[in-house]
Write a protein that binds this ligand. Sequence first.
Ligand SMILES: [Zn+2]
Length: 132
Amino acid sequence: MTTKDEPARRVSSFYLAIILVIFILSLSALYIAFENIINQSDPGSSYSFLAVGFFGLALLGYMLLQTRPKPMRAIVETPRVITTLECPKCDFKNIRDFQRGDYIFKETGPCQKCDETMKITAIYREAKKKEQ
Ligand SMILES: [Zn+2]
């Protein structure tokens, strides 16, 4: 299966790094805020830490929503239809993409080995490959 270049994927891994950083920063901000509130030390700055933490989490949620566009999923789910051609004389097999007008037992071009007319013996949908 030919793998297409996916610039979107590179962008999303870049986004992921940013999201991770924001996540860690907002968690530590929230942690500091709660610790200050519990210890009742420095209540003024604890609220600003709290605000920073929640703002970070909100930003995180927004970014996560932004990085989930449909196109990537659409590429993965597009089924590929394959046509198998077979030579009745020498059993030579050829596999190509399905073309409009293909049907089973249709006679197609000459065999690459013996010039006998090849026939379509199978048309099927290729099993989905999950890309990581
Ligand atoms: Zn042949």
